[in-house]
Design a protein around this ligand. Structure first.
Ligand code: R5P
Length: 300
């Protein structure tokens, strides 16, 4: 087994290759003058099982096309089986038609991956647990839950009388409940409204009093950061002592990091499924490559 990393998240790829003790395939990434991508595999992959790793993060279209071109190049170079590792599946939030006339973009992306010579796909903390069914190749839906729960325990945030887990909205309740059970803390939930046209978020209520408590909000994705900012503002206005926001995927679109730095949230914890800068105020990054390594080990 060897690992070929696209250009989206090479640090994650190095960590994964190290844990699996496998070689990384050298690759050059150039473009034609008209902007078309021109990746080229530089090592032999003939007869090899390959892990092809790419996060479909920003620039999303570039990273998706690069992934498809690399899968094609691997097939032409004689790779035996290609296992796709996609720590962040771009377009996965568009898992249904929210408004008439829209596509189901997650299904379109799943079709592209399924038709790309990939044998199976390893996916991570998807927005909707039905998405693996959009693929026509076998999928494995892995999770950061255990690693995030361990992090909370390591920070001594386990005292039931002080710390409460919160879902930022009704849709995330099931996910937050699993997390609350793992860390043995009570669960509350916030009432969030999002304007479907503008994306603007407003937190309108909470199921229980929060005064004096540390509230750990548990979500799957931070996109533009509106949910972090609005829920922290709401909880602090209602007397919460501390607000910590934990999510697997940190996109931080539209200056999300700056908005978070200037918001009342005390700390944000995300994983490295999407490449993160070395330092961002209030943001702590956890490595979750081990979750993939543990699963991939059984396929080597
Ligand atoms: C929504 O259903 C998701 O679970 C997240 O709450 C959402 O993606 C967060 O978006 P933003 O950071 O833009 O508020």
């Amino acid at each position: 087994m060897k690992l070929l990393a696209g250009s989206s998240n090479q640090d994650f790829a190095h960590k994964l290759a190290q844990q699996l003790n496998i070689q990384e395939v050298a690759c050059e990434f150039t473009q034609f003058p008209n902007g078309e991508l021109r990746p080229r595999i530089l090592d032999s992959v003939k007869g090899e099982n390959i892990i092809l790793l790419q996060s479909f993060s920003e620039p999303v279209h570039k990273h998706i096309v690069e992934f498809l071109l690399l899968a094609d190049a691997l097939e032409r170079a004689g790779a035996r089986h290609v296992n796709a590792v996609i720590p962040w599946l771009g377009y996965s939030m568009q898992d249904k038609m929210f408004r008439e006339g829209e596509p189901i973009a997650a299904k379109v992306v799943a079709n592209l991956v399924s038709n790309s010579y990939v044998k199976r796909a390893f996916l991570f903390d998807l927005h909707n647990s039905s998405i693996p069914g959009f693929f026509s190749v076998p999928t494995h839906h892995l999770s950061a839950l255990e690693i995030l729960a361990e992090h909370l325990k390591s920070q001594n945030l386990t005292d039931k009388s002080q710390v409460v887990i919160a879902s930022p909205d009704f849709g995330g309740l099931k996910r937050a409940r699993v997390f609350a059970n793992l860390v043995n803390l009570d669960l509350i939930h916030l009432d969030k409204h999002r304007d479907l046209a503008t994306g603007e978020v407003k937190t309108l209520g909470v199921t229980q009093p929060v005064d004096g408590k540390t509230i750990v909000i548990f979500d799957d994705i931070i996109n533009g950061g509106g949910t972090v900012v609005e829920s922290a503002k709401f909880l602090k206005e209602h007397g919460a002592a501390k607000v910590i926001f934990i999510a697997t995927h940190g996109i931080f679109a539209n200056n999300g990091r700056e908005k978070i730095a200037n918001s009342p949230v005390d700390q944000v914890v995300v994983s490295n499924t999407i490449a993160q800068p070395d330092h961002a105020e209030k943001i702590h990054v956890l490595d979750v490559s081990k979750a993939f390594a543990d699963q991939l080990q059984t396929w080597m």
